[in-house]
Design a protein around this ligand. Sequence first.
Ligand code: GLP
Length: 261
Amino acid sequence: MEIVIVRDADEVGRVAALKIASVVQRDPEAVLGLATGSSPTGIYASLAARVAAGELDFSRASGFALDEYVGIPLEHPESYASVIERDVVVPLGMDASKVRVPDGRASDIEAAVVDYEQAIADAGGIDIQILGIGANGHIGFNEPTSSFASRTRIKTLAPQTRADNARFFDDPSQVPTHCLTQGLGTILDAHEVVLVAQGSAKASAVAGMVEGPLGAMCPGSALQLHRHATIVVDEAAASLLQLADYYRYTYANKPVWQRFE
Ligand code: GLP
């Protein structure tokens, strides 16, 4: 794991976007794993600005959303299909036919999740998976006690996650109780992972993920098993990291050939 501690939320988006840009510049047909939520919005805004400036082109890239609610219509503004279309596909100029979201409305959920995993495999796997982390340590919608071997499947949202996401809905009771999410095993199969976190509300989850024991109570800790995970956090989200100074020192002394900014 590489831990990058930056000044503030804007810098988190800018630096993490450089990682994704480098993958797409290397391979214009790269397969992106797309997270929703507040955390990656700075990444998408930064990438969109570079697309608008003609510096980046996502038209040949493809994407797989990390998760989706079950029980709200596709056209609901907070379905992740809508969010991905609005916040990612349009501003980045992606080809909508190359971007998939798990089908939370499928009549046969079991078949839909198997199909989703197969589509990822058929695409050659995810080149870079963008992630945020929940206050309870979840990644995707893999709530605490999710299996480290899990694949895309239906999950029940934890009450804390429903409360956290209530801000996106008119009424807290409208937050769905279920979702489809890539599993921890699916996420671990991505060739590269970049996770972003901002603010003190994420500090405990970030510390558990980076420095805590590998454990079911912090699904993000599964990333300790990933060979190429980059964690970009602001000072507030890094505030409970015991080895923060070591991460700063390591980043400042990174060999030139390893740098992405
Ligand atoms: C959400 C999403 C996750 C996200 C996490 C944190 O509910 N399913 O992909 O990373 O919880 O959300 P946020 O970025 O809004 O804090």
